[in-house]
Design a binder for this molecule. Structure first.
Ligand code: P6P
Length: 333
């Protein structure tokens, strides 16, 4: 039986896609894979270890931090410090960016933005959670990398990916040449290529939105929800509603089965809830590379100007035809 290709083997093999590559991005991606395995170990025993529950602290968003949030953040920071290929880390869990000042890292060419444990409110109830990462090349050429190197548009990402800690643990990533998925084989402790060249169906029949906020949604989003609920055999409506409260899980399902994920503006989130730099942009890069669409309802997510590290955005993302329909109604009403 042919041995499965590991993440490390795949990364090295694909390095030839970039003629001038010297292996730094490859090493950086491998560093993230190592951290993901450590986080996976703790997520999988969260119920047993004294690691679930609240840490008693809050992040910049004012959201209660879970112990695993902090653990995951520490694991990714440690892996990046050890690997030496990243000079700045932006994290949902840290108010300011972290300049990785070691001899090894201070001249590194890459910047990583991360949501170390997205959907962490689901940890205590055993629903899938995830990590989302985005990788940029620093623009400054010498001296200390600065905030200007951080505030880059989504179109400038060199790589993006997520890890979903679910019924199995998967790492899905892109470097701009398609999307590939790797499933963690616990028997060998390696991520193995399981979903080569992932493509999101152009259409789907699953919509994902927190209808609890319906009253506060823009009129066009209300119209789209009603469109999803209408009877129409030709377009397989009514669609099915699936919403886990974990963006990574909802988008992973959409990537595989087709579907749309919407987090619009609302009274609770007048600028949207999800963060542009380390949630919307990386997921948009992945979904676009898989053949889908990602917008804020009016503009392509990856073209949005980035003015602030923890900037929020509305997002409509998934199967192209579903996103276009939602945009049409949002722009009409
Ligand atoms: P709500 C998790 O906190 C998160 O950032 C995403 O993973 C998820 O899709 C969304 O927020 C859930 O937000 O307001 O529906 O609970």
């Amino acid at each position: 039986m042919k041995a499965a290709k590991t993440l490390g083997q795949f990364i090295i093999e694909k390095q030839t896609d970039f003629p001038y590559a010297k292996g730094e991005l490859s090493r950086l991606l491998c560093d993230l894979g190592i951290a993901a395995k450590n986080v996976n170990r703790e997520v999988n025993k969260a119920g047993l270890a004294n690691i679930i529950g609240d840490a008693g602290s809050v992040n910049i968003q004012g959201e209660g931090q879970k112990k695993l949030d902090i653990y995951a953040n520490e694991q990714f920071l440690a892996a990046l410090q050890c690997g030496g290929e990243c000079c700045i880390l932006v994290s949902e869990e840290n108010d300011d960016y972290i300049y990785i000042d070691s001899e090894l890292s201070k001249n590194a060419k890459y910047i990583v933005a991360i949501d170390p444990l997205d959907g962490s409110s689901n940890i205590d109830v055993n629903v899938s959670v995830g990590t989302i990462f985005s990788i940029f090349r620093r623009k400054s050429v010498n001296g200390r990398a600065t905030i200007t190197d951080v505030l880059q548009k989504g179109v400038d990402q060199v790589a993006a990916g997520y890890i979903i800690y679910g019924s199995s643990t998967m790492l899905v990533y892109t470097t701009g040449k398609g999307v590939n998925g790797f499933t963690l084989d616990p028997s060998i402790g390696e991520f193995c290529l399981s979903h080569p060249d992932m493509k999101i169906p152009v259409d789907g029949n699953i919509y994902s939105i927190n209808e609890g906020y319906y009253r506060h949604f823009p009129e066009g989003i209300k119209k789209y929800i009603k469109y999803c609920q209408e009877e129409d055999v030709k377009t397989q409506r009514p669609y099915t509603l699936r919403y886990t409260g974990s963006m990574v899980a909802d988008l992973h399902r959409s990537l595989i089965k087709g579907g749309i994920f919407i987090y619009p503006i609302s009274a609770q989130a007048p600028k949207g809830k999800l963060r542009l730099v380390y949630e919307c942009n990386p997921m948009a890069f992945i979904v676009e590379q898989a053949g889908g669409e990602a917008s804020n309802g009016y503009s392509r997510i990856m073209e949005l100007a980035v003015e602030e590290m923890h900037q929020r955005s509305a997002i409509i993302i998934g199967s192209t035809n579903m996103v276009l329909k939602a945009e049409e109604l949002l722009q009409k009403y």
